[in-house]
Design a protein around this ligand. Structure first.
Ligand SMILES: [Zn+2]
Length: 407
């Protein structure tokens, strides 16, 4: 006679009924996972026979690494099999940017009909892994895909566009009644696009190169003294959330941009807490104004020291908990996904959370930064702002542009 008794699943701990003959003490779901896992192992074992190209093997490993992080579904197993077949037949050139990844993705999707909504594309997953490893830039920063699409919509020859055309277009915008902010933004976007075209050798000369458009700064919106005091009280409060306090501190005192926050890393050497900013290759400017490494004061008992201690403690817990392919010490870590730099959207959401916790209302990073500028500058001199990496034009604005207080 079969006797069932109560037990707990070895993986998830759920209460289950098992007989003494059951081999694995697993619930239905976990047992299914175990079986799917075995099938993936089988695929993994056969990869060396099927894929001869070393690079293809490498990216297949990346793909398996990625899928390992999530629950297996039968659709994923099928996809792994499909990808194995695809890689064994088609040689893959080294993937260097997202454009090439999307091209491979299109080729793959044309040969295998998969429900993309269920499984996603394997090449996009490989691209994400390549980003994590630091081989290519993130999807949001790589504009090639978006610009490539844009190019297809152009009817005229790009090489025929000159400075005069751009100038005429900007004047046309003004005549239509658009304000200077809009015109400046349009010009900036155009010049980014043409710079990309030149780098891709689609055009020889960038028509925006010699043109200049200045960003109109009609007013600087800053937080009033009360709000600033409230923010600083939050930062110094030993009971506030250390991550939120750190975000506010870095923008308000060091003038960090969202991009800086997302890519900054931490470094601890000789008990010194340091923040390392990302350096992109210089294109339009000759040198960096601001220091790359910001060292925090290591004087014990000061509030800033206590904050960094609190922050680091929490950070370590988060870091150990997150999935990562290699050590990457980003200052701010994602809450769920594997460690990659946070996107600007995520940073913006966290700034809102932080300011809401501190003063009970959302304050944009722009206003926080402008407040930072106002705190550091005086009516006659704002040159100190250059140490934050701000351009001298922008610094100069702080001496004369009217300031408005945030309500
Ligand atoms: Zn279970």
């Amino acid at each position: 006679m079969l006797v069932f008794y109560d037990s707990n699943c070895k993986v998830c701990g759920k209460t289950i009924l098992i007989s003494k003959f059951s081999r694995f003490k697993l619930c239905r779901n976990c047992n299914k996972q175990r079986r799917e896992c075995l099938k993936i192992k089988k695929i993994e074992l056969s990869k060396n026979e099927l894929i001869t190209n070393e690079y293809s093997l490498y990216i297949f490993d990346l793909y398996l690494n990625y899928t390992n992080r999530y629950k297996y579904k039968s659709a994923i197993l099928k996809q792994a099999n499909n990808l194995l077949g695809y890689l064994s037949l088609t040689p893959i050139k080294t993937l260097k940017n997202w454009k090439e990844i999307y091209a491979e993705s299109d080729k793959y999707c044309a040969s295998y009909k998969e429900n993309k909504k269920v499984t996603g594309c394997p090449f996009i997953k490989i691209g994400r892994m390549l980003t994590e490893i630091g081989v290519i830039t993130s999807r949001y920063e790589d504009r090639s895909h978006y610009f490539g699409k844009l190019l297809k919509r152009f009817s005229s020859n790009l090489t025929a566009i000159t400075e005069i055309n751009i100038q005429a277009y900007l004047i046309h915008l003004k005549d239509k009644g658009h304000n200077q902010v809009y015109c400046h933004l349009t010009f900036t976007h155009l010049s980014i696009f043409f710079r990309w075209c030149k780098a891709e050798k689609i055009i020889l000369v960038n028509p925006c190169n010699k043109l200049q458009s200045s960003r109109p700064l009609q007013q600087i919106t800053v937080c009033d003294e009360d709000t600033v005091n409230q923010l600083m009280r939050f930062v110094k409060n030993p009971k506030s959330c250390p991550e939120q306090a750190m975000i506010i501190l870095l923008i308000l005192v060091w003038g960090f941009r969202s991009e800086d926050l997302g890519h900054a890393k931490i470094e601890i050497t000789n008990n010194e807490f340091r923040i390392v900013l990302r350096r992109k290759s210089l294109k339009n400017i000759k040198y960096y104004n601001r220091k790359q490494i910001i060292t925090f004061p290591s004087k014990p008992n000061s509030w800033i020291y206590l904050l960094q201690q609190r922050f680091y403690k929490e950070w370590l817990i988060q870091y150990q908990d997150r999935i990562k392919s290699f050590p990457c010490y980003y200052l701010f870590l994602p809450r769920y996904r594997a460690i990659r730099p946070l996107t600007n959207e995520t940073i913006v959401a966290r700034i809102y959370e932080a300011t809401e916790a501190a003063v009970g209302k959302r304050i944009t990073s722009r206003i926080l930064r402008q407040t930072c500028g106002a705190i550091h500058s005086t009516a006659s001199d704002a040159s100190i702002l250059a140490t934050l990496g701000w351009s001298s034009d922008y610094c100069f604005n702080y001496t004369w542009v009217p300031k408005v207080y945030l309500k």
